[in-house]
Design a binder for this molecule. Structure first.
Ligand SMILES: [Zn+2]
Length: 166
């Protein structure tokens, strides 16, 4: 390990596989939740803030303006499903399953994790965390404004090391 890896407060993990940031620009496993920011399929100016709690799978989805997601009534919406899929690509499906405390029979994939969670009929939580998640996302985006450097920035690792965003 290099000095910057040892001294980093954030654990640095290479993405398990490159993923499409245009769809889910931000996903993280933190504070006992999988949480992230998901692009609206129809409106380029709108994003959704989605989260699923480890253990209980209590879920929430709302826009960045704190309007409730119409698709997240009673069960996971497409934004949450996309976030689970992309998190499985970024962190590895096994790690996501472990973090969320999901038991998957058979091959562990994003969709297997999601269906194991929906099978427990999880409760819908409030969107109280959305503002926090969104401001964390904006903080990550702020790194785009840093002057170019070849020194590693651990928090930038959600960008794929190669290739442009599709
Ligand atoms: Zn949603």
């Amino acid at each position: 390990m290099s000095d910057w890896e040892r001294s980093s407060t954030a654990r640095v993990l290479p993405p398990a596989r490159p993923r499409k940031l245009a769809k889910v620009p931000f996903a993280e496993l933190t504070e006992g939740r999988l949480q992230g920011v998901v692009s609206s399929g129809s409106d380029i100016g709108r994003v959704y803030v989605s989260s699923v709690a480890a253990g209980s799978y209590t879920f929430a989805c709302s826009t960045n303006n704190n309007r409730p997601c119409g698709g997240a009534r009673g069960t996971f919406c497409n934004h949450i499903l996309a976030m689970v899929d992309e998190a499985a690509l970024q962190y590895g499906a096994d790690r996501v399953a472990r973090y969320l405390r999901v038991e998957v029979a058979g091959e562990v994939t994003g969709s297997a994790i999601a269906s194991a969670m929906t099978g427990t009929r999880p409760a819908q939580g409030d969107s109280g965390a959305a503002a926090t998640v969104f401001s964390r996302f904006l903080r990550h985006l702020a790194y785009l404004e840093l002057p170019p450097t070849t020194a590693p920035l651990p928090e930038m690792q959600w960008f794929p090391p190669t290739r442009a965003v599709v």
